[in-house]
Design a protein around this ligand. Structure first.
Ligand code: ZN
Length: 502
């Protein structure tokens, strides 16, 4: 690596950064002076220590110093950072690293994951977020046993009700053994898929269907003057149902209650939130459709057929080019003949069915008669899989880089249709603080986020305030640091939305 002439005797820490005795990885006790406020480039052979100096020494030391300014409370979440192997670094101001490698190869990392603000937001949401049902929008509730008792005894006063404990929720199976066990535990009735049944010997369900099974714990009349029976049965039901209980009222309607987060209307329940529930790197938090990336690639029809007045023969289908005597065109000729069109027809003259066969393939086997000396006259039975599938397989299913590059031209990236690019599970996006989800906050630019943080306490409940105060302080610290280093205008550092990856 190239070194500037060293003048440590004239240190002017306003104008330079001084590094003495850098030994991280392959650095051989390097001393150097780096001018500040200018664009500095490290060049050199691979392995000469460019990254060891930039990332593992300068950035690591800057991060470490920055973290040292935080309270012990904050540091416990981040962990201590190792001091880089260097004798002295002078004149270093707060650092930001954008690792070029990370940005281009791993779409999960953004500036936000470097600054760790997002980690604090995850903690904040796990502790102080309020859950809303993604089915009804209702605020999710979490009752204590006493509260459930109160609800039942007032709502169903003098009514006959059935208390059931859920044991299977939306799962496939025949459950023969389960019914036997339930019977052995002394219960005679179950509610299977909303129907009350006596447990009979050898009873089993359709193993390929999804079932809900509740054990009937008790059938009773709710009498406020004799609370004991309801209290006891409720305790049993919550124990058997592991925190869940359902009341069936006189008209046969089901009313679920839970000690955990639950939608009082639909009965939908959430797991207790963890910091991981808000991480797009964790299976607990990541949207399952895009695996937490927020974007999906798909073949773009407009790239494949940009001009529908052209015929297939004249190159109307860009990935195929103009007519050639190759395998795909031979297949297309057979398809065209079968469906009654010509490859010389303009594409806009094709019917929907004809075009669909060209694009997505045809289910019927077709015969191709081979030409040439060796295989001439030989008949091959094959299936035409369609241009879109040919392109899509070449992009998604291949290890061949050249093939992938060819297909890449016809593929575009769209925001994941399930999470809308927010990268998280539906549940995770329905935890809110001051009516904002974690992704609403992550999408804000730094100055807007700072604005939101400024007086957010005023809009919190007392419970949230108590839990959130310390965390909010830490987040504010970091945000003001980011504004301080001039990142205030950098839009949405935490999500991939505004960053084009290729
Ligand atoms: Zn998604």
């Amino acid at each position: 690596m190239t070194q500037r002439p060293l003048d440590i005797n004239q240190p002017d820490s306003e104008k330079v950064i001084i590094v003495e005795g850098a030994r991280e990885h392959n650095l051989k006790n390097v001393d150097l002076v780096i001018p500040r406020n200018s664009l500095v480039v490290f060049t050199g052979l691979s392995g000469s220590g460019k990254s060891s100096l930039a990332f593992d020494t300068l950035f690591a030391e800057g991060q470490r110093r920055y973290l040292e300014t935080f309270s012990a409370y904050a540091r416990q979440f981040v962990g201590d950072m190792k001091r880089p192997d260097v004798d002295k670094v002078k004149g270093l101001s707060p650092v930001i690293a954008i690792e070029q490698k990370t940005v281009s190869r791993n779409p999960r990392s953004t500036v936000g994951t470097v600054t760790e603000v997002y980690d604090f937001l995850r903690l904040l949401f796990a502790r102080a977020g309020e859950a809303y049902s993604h089915i009804t929008g209702e605020k999710m509730v979490r009752y204590s046993e006493d509260q459930i008792y109160e609800k039942i005894s007032t709502t169903y006063e003098n009514q006959k009700i059935v208390l059931t404990a859920p044991v299977i929720k939306s799962r496939k199976g025949h459950y023969r053994e389960l019914f036997e066990q339930i019977k052995k535990r002394g219960y005679n009735k179950v509610v299977v898929d909303k129907e009350m049944l006596d447990i009979t010997t050898g009873m089993m369900l359709d193993r390929y269907k999804i079932h809900d099974i509740d054990i009937v714990i008790d059938r009773l009349e709710v009498k406020p003057e004799s609370p004991k029976r309801l209290q006891d049965s409720l305790t049993t039901a919550l124990k058997v149902g592991e925190g869940y209980v359902t009341v069936i009222d006189e008209s046969g309607d089901l009313h679920p209650f839970s000690k955990f987060l639950m939608d009082p209307i639909s009965g939908l329940s959430y797991q207790e939130p963890q910091p991981n529930s808000f991480s797009f790197n964790s299976p607990y938090g990541a949207c399952e459709n895009c695996e937490g990336i927020g974007i999906k690639s798909e073949v773009n029809l407009d790239y494949i057929i940009p001009d529908r007045s052209k015929s297939i023969n004249k190159g109307g289908i860009i990935p195929l080019g103009e007519y050639r005597d190759n395998w795909t065109f031979q297949q297309l000729r057979v398809i065209a003949k079968k469906l009654g069109f010509s490859l010389a027809d303009p594409i806009n003259k094709l019917t929907e069915d004809q075009l669909n066969a060209v694009l997505y393939g045809d289910d019927d086997a077709i015969d191709i008669v081979m030409k040439g000396d060796k295989w001439g006259g030989h008949k091959y039975e094959t299936y035409f899989k369609g241009v879109i599938n040919i392109v899509s397989d070449s992009y998604f299913e291949t290890d061949d880089d050249r093939m992938r590059e060819w297909a890449e031209e016809f593929v575009h990236e769209i925001a994941c249709p399930v999470c809308n690019g927010d990268r998280l599970k539906k549940e995770s996006l329905h935890f809110k603080i001051d009516n904002k989800s974690i992704s609403d906050l992550a999408r804000m630019n730094i100055s807007d986020l700072a604005g939101w943080l400024k007086d957010v306490e005023l809009r919190l409940t007392n419970r949230q305030k108590i839990i959130a105060t310390e965390l909010l302080k830490e987040i504010r610290n970091r945000i003001s640091f980011l504004s301080g280093v001039g990142l205030g205008v950098l839009i949405a550092p935490f999500t991939s939305k505004n960053i084009k990856w290729r």
